[in-house]
Design a protein around this ligand. Structure first.
Ligand code: AMP
Length: 271
């Protein structure tokens, strides 16, 4: 709930327990606002916690998501990067709403009412407001109809170059992992050169197992991981009720988790 998931950090931990997980990652978009509440919920949930963030990056017009895990949350460079991204996301959301308001009854106040205080704002909040107004049935439908990047209403936001974000996560003592690199629904395929640049900057791993990867995308991701010597991750990309993704539908092998925990500057919170 510190970005576009619908659970609070404590609810996420409780859900992880129900799903039978022994470790869960928390990666809100461009913020560490949920770290404290999530850590406080660990003893009750009895599930270990890997704290991180999902950093929105862009290269050649393509949006690329980088998972940064176990970095120093007080690191000045990352803190500034997140603050800049969040501020620009806010302006971008206002512009997107203004564009939509030309054709749909929708106000900025509607969107504010669907955004938890202090949360990193994104298109899902606008989708929730559109659904509440009765324009569409679900977040999915909003994305398919009016919120996709080729939509005439779409506005992009500032985002760092992926290799710069990888380097910044490393400088902050964190472990950078490329999220769902070959998701077909996310536009043109990510170029190998872009991944190579990220590897040169210190990329640790990439998500192979993710619901947005079909069998061919999974095979390609596994091949790229092998080629560049990257650790193989699985992720659910759980967003509460905001997406159909279920906690535990994909997971990361224990040996990769152990390497991740050893490389991060910040400890895994143990129950
Ligand atoms: P933004 O941060 O504004 O670019 O929006 C990206 C967020 O929207 C990510 O958290 C995605 O998981 C979410 N998202 C993308 N496509 C969909 C969809 N079809 N349904 C629900 N959420 C989506």
């Amino acid at each position: 709930m510190c970005s576009d998931g619908t659970d609070t950090p404590a609810q996420l931990l409780a859900q992880a327990r129900r799903a039978g997980l022994n470790v869960v990652g928390l990666t809100d978009h461009d913020t560490t606002a949920g770290w404290q509440d999530a850590a406080a919920a660990v003893p009750t949930a009895g599930v270990a916690l890997v704290r991180g963030a999902e950093i929105s990056c862009r290269h050649a017009g393509k949006s690329i998501h980088l998972l940064g895990y176990l970095f120093d949350p007080a690191d000045a460079e990352l803190t500034q990067m997140f603050a800049r991204a969040r501020a620009d996301r806010h302006t971008r959301a206002e512009r997107l709403v203004a564009n939509l308001a030309a054709d749909y009854a929708l106000t900025w106040q509607d969107v504010v009412e669907h955004t938890a205080p202090g949360a990193t704002i994104g298109r899902p909040h606008i989708a929730d407001a559109l659904v509440a107004r009765g324009h569409f049935a679900s977040r999915e439908e909003c994305f398919a109809e009016v919120l996709h990047p080729a939509s005439p209403y779409y506005v992009s936001h500032w985002a760092p170059a992926p290799a710069d974000a990888v380097a910044a996560v490393r400088r902050a003592g964190g472990v950078p992992v490329l999220a769902h690199p070959f998701a077909a629904s996310r536009g043109p395929r990510l170029a190998r050169e872009t991944i190579a640049d990220m590897v040169a900057a210190g990329l640790f791993g990439l998500e192979v197992n993710h619901r947005d990867h079909d069998a061919a995308a999974q095979a390609l991701a596994a091949e790229v991981a092998d080629e560049f010597g990257l650790a193989v991750f699985g992720g659910s990309d759980y967003h509460g009720t905001g997406k159909p993704n279920q906690l535990g539908e994909n997971w990361t092998a224990p040996d990769v988790f152990a390497r991740l925990a050893a490389e991060g500057r910040v400890e895994v919170v143990q129950p």
